[in-house]
Design a protein around this ligand. Structure first.
Ligand SMILES: *Cc1c(COP(=O)(O)O)cnc(C)c1O
Length: 426
């Protein structure tokens, strides 16, 4: 069934470390061979052995319109034919910046990068340059890309491998990074009382998508906002995953909270490499060439990538887009939960917009420790059972799932049916 994938994986391991270009693609935590894909269209992907899957990874978030959306493909083709990169300003970058500023009112100015990692690294440097402070605060289970200062008890990839942080990161570099439990108000208040005035910034996934899917309480995020304001720390919402994924105005729109800076990625590139960071004008003014905080990128604002992003944002902004996406997503989650309950398997789950989490635990987790307590063995059996039935889920119990606008009710039915069969074997 997976012969071609196995062969390609064998060969890949000779020339690519672990056979993959990003660790979460490896099947280390679930066992087996990563699937190599040949083609994707809409809600489906076909692997090199010809197996067809309903895709719930969506390239880890970007594929919100489904794969190879004809209008996005046309925009990319048209743009590529007129030059792939200029290393000079283009009108399309301005249009993308204007669209981001219009859709996320907390952003007054924005700069484009080529990945989410660059966006978070740059936002932190900017916060430090702006405040003149060194210390930063992050939360357990949140992932903000692979920048050195943030690989302290890092999220998904590192979680899966059981390493709390990365080798090769000097102790000095993370010595200024404080890590707190997510969604724990007492701890947060205590930390701010102690070092609030020394904090350059707090970076948080306002809805966590790298420890499966965890929504913090409104009370918690509101308290975080006021504490940052009171102590002069820059509040960074890392919406690389949640931006234009949980709703048209991101997690900040859902909670009604304006961060000082926002980082973006994934959906804003529509499947091409685009990241962004933006926010208050007085903070952004500290960036080179205006200010002293250096940040740059040869391919930043790449015209082909920006064309894919612009078309994607245009289509997700159509009236009713997120209502319909959210309905499909919650229908699937409810169906899978019902199937588990009928089989006597403890399962909890939640979703917002086109993002969801399902857990093999009775109660919905609210922080990292609770996420880690879910039944991993059961997840692995579930993962392989679903894969064999043509349902492609993230190969880790610690990843959120993604639904696209192309998933229809027959896809949802097929998914629930497959889950029902798999639950019988649990
Ligand atoms: C994916 C992700 C990143 C990193 O983005 P890359 O484009 O992979 O560098 C940062 N923060 C969050 C919340 C993410 O989900």
């Amino acid at each position: 069934m997976y012969d071609q994938s196995k062969q390609l994986f064998e060969k890949s391991q000779r020339v690519i470390p672990g056979g993959v270009n990003s660790p979460v693609r490896a099947f280390r935590s679930v066992g087996g061979t990563p699937i190599f894909f040949r083609e994707a269209k809409g809600a489906y992907m076909w692997d090199v052995d010809g197996n067809k899957y309903i895709d719930y990874i969506g390239s880890w978030g970007p594929a919100i319109l489904g794969h190879a959306h004809p209008e996005v493909v046309a925009a990319v083709q048209e743009r590529a034919a007129r030059g792939m990169s200029f290393g000079a300003p283009t009108e399309a970058e301005l249009e993308l910046a204007e669209r981001l500023v219009a859709l996320l009112p907390s952003i007054e100015q924005v700069r484009l990068t080529s990945s989410g990692t660059e966006a978070t690294m740059s936002a932190i440097r900017l916060a430090r340059g702006f405040t003149g402070r060194t210390k930063i605060l992050k939360f357990e289970g949140c992932y903000h890309g692979h920048g050195d200062a943030l690989l302290v008890k890092a999220g998904s990839g590192a979680l899966t491998f059981g390493h709390p942080s990365s080798a090769g990161v000097p102790a000095d570099v993370v010595a200024n990074t404080l890590v707190l439990a997510y969604n724990e108000l007492d701890e947060l208040e205590k930390a701010f009382a102690e070092i609030g005035d020394e904090l350059a910034c707090v970076i948080i996934e306002p809805i966590a998508g790298n420890m499966n899917f965890v929504m913090p309480s409104r009370e918690y995020l509101n308290a975080l906002r006021s504490l940052c304001t009171k102590h002069g720390a820059v509040l960074i919402f890392d919406e690389v995953m949640t931006g234009f994924r949980v709703g048209l105005h991101g997690a900040q729109g859902h909670y009604g909270i304006a961060p000082d800076l926002t980082t973006l990625g994934k959906v804003i590139g529509g499947g091409m490499p685009v990241g962004a960071f933006g926010g208050r004008r007085d903070i952004m003014a500290h960036l080179a060439p205006l200010g002293g905080v250096y940040q740059a990128g040869t391919l930043s604002g790449n015209p082909v990538a920006v064309a894919a992003g612009l078309k994607t944002l245009e289509l997700v902004a159509k009236p009713g887009f997120f209502d319909s996406l959210a309905a499909t997503t919650s229908k699937m989650v409810a169906g899978v939960k019902d199937a588990a309950r009928a089989a006597g398997v403890p399962m909890s789950g939640a979703s917002l917009g086109g993002m969801f989490g399902l857990y093999f635990s009775e109660k919905l987790p609210t922080n990292y420790a609770e996420v880690m307590a879910a039944d991993r063995e059961r997840f692995n059996i579930y993962f392989h059972g679903m894969l064999a039935r043509g349902i492609y889920l993230a190969p880790s119990a610690f990843e959120a799932g993604f639904v696209s606008a192309m998933h229809d009710s027959s896809d949802v039915e097929a998914t629930i049916l497959a889950a029902r069969e798999v639950f019988k074997s649990l």
